[in-house]
Design a protein around this ligand. Structure first.
Ligand SMILES: [Zn+2]
Length: 309
């Protein structure tokens, strides 16, 4: 199963407009990985024009369509004509993968429900429709991170706080889709937790394969196989940042043995992510399994579709 792509915009410029106007419009709508490259403030300063004038130049000389993929109920394209960055952001934030007709139907159905009954309905709906598969890679990354951090406050400190403006809207969105739930801990602090059914699936993404040859101590595991999926780094802005990146935690220390030989293998996936596997050579010699396709680590999407088919 393919992971959903980021939302995208298509701008049609009116005929006979000058290059300067084209440049302003294209800069205004420059959009990558679900986010605008230039804020209106950047553009006002850069072109030395008022917000009103900027909006007018964009509106009067072009038409921009936002595409949010296909409706999960009727399979129609979810698309709309937009005239401002803020309207696009709101549409992306509110998108629950339904076209306007199907969204109206759902809202009518739930209109008499209490808040908590509505929430329970949504949670069942999310699992039935496997909505996490519809997330953009960045959204899925954040969901996976919340799921793998045992302690939400570690996640807050290490991941959320340094990138608050970028990540918090995604958290709000995951909460709105009912993939995560807002809770109060014993000290009254707000934290977010991933629905247990979904956590179970996401955490399979990182697996340390134990087998009988592995020597275990109380605190650590000497590995013979280690499999990881590393997604594209959608926040990459310059060459010093990695192409692929993820944050993961392990439930025990992992020891790689001195003087033993390991084979490092990488598979490139269709969605741009890689599967990385570290395999001890002596184990391979015994099993002679290196050329066997089955040695490729499972990608999360395969695991998910298997569990829910
Ligand atoms: Zn629909």
């Amino acid at each position: 199963m393919k992971m959903k792509k980021d939302p995208f915009l298509k701008t049609d410029l009116n005929k006979n407009i000058d290059d300067w106007t084209k440049y302003i419009i294209n800069s205004y709508w420059e959009f990558e990985n679900g986010d605008f490259i230039n804020t209106p403030t950047d553009l006002r300063n850069k072109f030395d024009i008022s917000q009103h004038h900027l909006n007018k130049v964009v509106k009067d000389n072009s038409t921009t369509t936002l595409f949010l993929g296909k409706c999960i109920e009727c399979n129609k394209n979810i698309e709309s004509i937009e005239t401002s960055q803020s309207a696009v952001k709101k549409k992306i934030e509110d998108n629950i993968f339904l076209c306007s007709d199907c969204l109206n139907k759902l809202n009518n159905k739930l209109s008499n429900y209490t808040f908590s009954r509505k929430r329970e309905y949504l949670k069942t709906y999310v699992i039935e429709k496997k909505l996490w598969l519809m997330l953009t890679p960045t959204e899925l990354d954040i969901l996976t991170m919340i799921s793998t951090y045992d302690n939400y406050f570690d996640f807050f400190r290490k991941v959320l706080k340094p990138n608050y403006n970028k990540i918090y809207p995604i958290i709000e969105r995951l909460n709105k889709i009912a993939l995560i739930e807002r809770e109060q801990d014993n000290n009254g602090n707000t934290q977010y937790v991933v629905l247990p059914e979904i956590k179970k699936i996401l955490n399979k993404n990182v697996k340390v394969i134990d087998d009988i040859n592995i020597k275990t101590t109380n605190k650590s595991t000497i590995i013979s196989d280690l499999s990881l999926n590393i997604p594209l780094n959608y926040n990459r802005r310059n060459t010093s940042q990695p192409h692929l990146m993820t944050i993961m935690s392990f439930d025990k220390d992992i020891l790689i043995e001195k003087d033993k030989k390991y084979i490092c293998s990488v598979w490139k996936n269709e969605d741009g992510s890689i599967d990385f596997k570290l395999t001890q050579l002596s184990k391979l010699e015994n099993k002679n399994s290196y050329n066997n396709n089955k040695s490729k680590p499972k990608h999360i999407s395969e695991i998910i579709s298997k569990m829910y088919k």
